[in-house]
Write a protein that binds this ligand. Sequence first.
Ligand SMILES: Nc1ncnc2c1ncn2[C@@H]1O[C@H](COP(=O)(O)OP(=O)(O)O)[C@@H](O)[C@H]1O
Ligand SMILES: O=C(CO)[C@@H](O)[C@H](O)COP(=O)(O)O
Length: 499
Amino acid sequence: MMKYVIGVDLGTSAVKVLLVDQAGTVVAQASEPYPLAQPHPGYSEQNPDDWVRGVTKALQTLLKTGGAAPADIEGLSYSGQMHGLVLLDAAGKPLRPAILWNDTRTTKQSQEITAKMGARFLAITRNRPLEGFTLPKLLWVKENEPAIFAQAKSFVLPKDYVRYRMTGKLEMELSDAAGTVLLDVGKKQWSQEVCAAFDIPMSLCPPLVEATQRVGTITPEFAQASGLATTTAVFGGGADNACGAIGAGILKPDQAMCSIGTSGVVLTYEPDAAVDYHGQLHLFNHAVPNAYYSMGVTLAAGFSLSWFKQTFAPDVDFTAFVNSAAAAGVGAHGLLFTPYIVGERTPYADAKVRGSFVGVDARQTRGDFVRAVLEGITFSFKDILDIYRQNGKAFSQLVSIGGGAKSPLWLQIQADIFNTPIVRLQSEQGPGLGAAMLTAVGLGWFKDLAACAEQFVHGKQVYQPDPVAAAQYAKLHALYQQVYPATAPITAGLLASQD
Ligand SMILES: Nc1ncnc2c1ncn2[C@@H]1O[C@H](COP(=O)(O)OP(=O)(O)O)[C@@H](O)[C@H]1O
Ligand SMILES: O=C(CO)[C@@H](O)[C@H](O)COP(=O)(O)O
């Protein structure tokens, strides 16, 4: 009798659920979108109960189409969009919409953290207190919505909230907890020193669980709603980028991944916390036991493309829209785009910068603009790769995952801009596969994630860089890098003019 696991990838644009059998074959998948609210510039919120509704619906579809008997689904786990603040009252109900990872209203709070703790903060949390992380969001609510903060009994992250609603157990998983910047990353425990410095009661911080730890089973209520069995075991899960790395088989220090979801990420495995990027890159506990990972983040990667499409070509099919960039050729007839449409994190930790099209020419078509968007996002990833190179790390290839990896054109653009081979996997759903792998290891199907990866992770195709295009892109990237310093003061002024 074949047994199955489920990986639930709680993304920003949608939840994607995967049904995977013991051989590592993805036998079915389903997806449900949910809305994203941006009520003011820099704000980004979602309703936690929309996630639960989306997960329930996607699981119903998966069970209908997958052909697996619920009793044969032995376990389930999660990959979750990181950093989002879900504040809960004494009854475990959300007190306000979740404030997401790409919400940058918290510049003042981030600056206060730096002013108060400086280098000590980096030493404990291994990260700079950027706007997107959870602690600045907690401080924002404390300062701006004191009545809500006073009612808060705990806080969790997006996938931890969904797990709570599915199991009745309120916990936070370690790889995600690292992204709150309230964690002592080396000691793997909540930092009393950071909590005390900002007057955050330790009682707000839930108990920590490891990614492959079994936390419980599905409640009768959620089983009834979704069609799952109450016998299905539920495991901690991981931060989406940790899970993406696992699902892409990035389990050694010389391997790297490029992920194009709503955000964009270039990431590598770190065997220990000894590495020091001086806060230029994020460093977090991994969902791989006792390991770490570093990464740089482009805030609006897939989001820049989705925004452009939604704004200028809402009725065109997504794939046809992306493919319209092919005819434009390298450099989009002289058009450059910077993807800073909600601010940026890496390499510029700047919440006030906004994006630009530079070199607009009367002969350009919409296809040129699509091409410029694809290239600009990828130039931003190249900036992250350059930070790795400056720190002595070069990768012989990158594995590409996320919604952006559906496009062969964009995969080739990545290979050409990075001048590095790009590996496409059989499924671009890296985070969901990583969550399924955590489940398989948690259940004891495999001795560790490396053994599981041998069976679950399969490359499909390698995109080799074209030397002519790579040389053209090297020149264009040098021009792209001049756009940030030239435009940052102008775009910050434009943002301020809207206050
Ligand atoms: N056919 C496609 N070609 C290229 N990019 C795509 C395609 N379909 C979706 N995308 C991009 O993928 C992104 C969503 O990726 P996904 O990994 O699902 O994100 P998330 O996990 O943040 O919800 C979208 O923002 C979109 O720009
Ligand atoms: O903020 C980060 C990482 O630090 C983002 O990568 C989020 O984790 C959201 O991921 P996607 O929805 O783009 O997968």
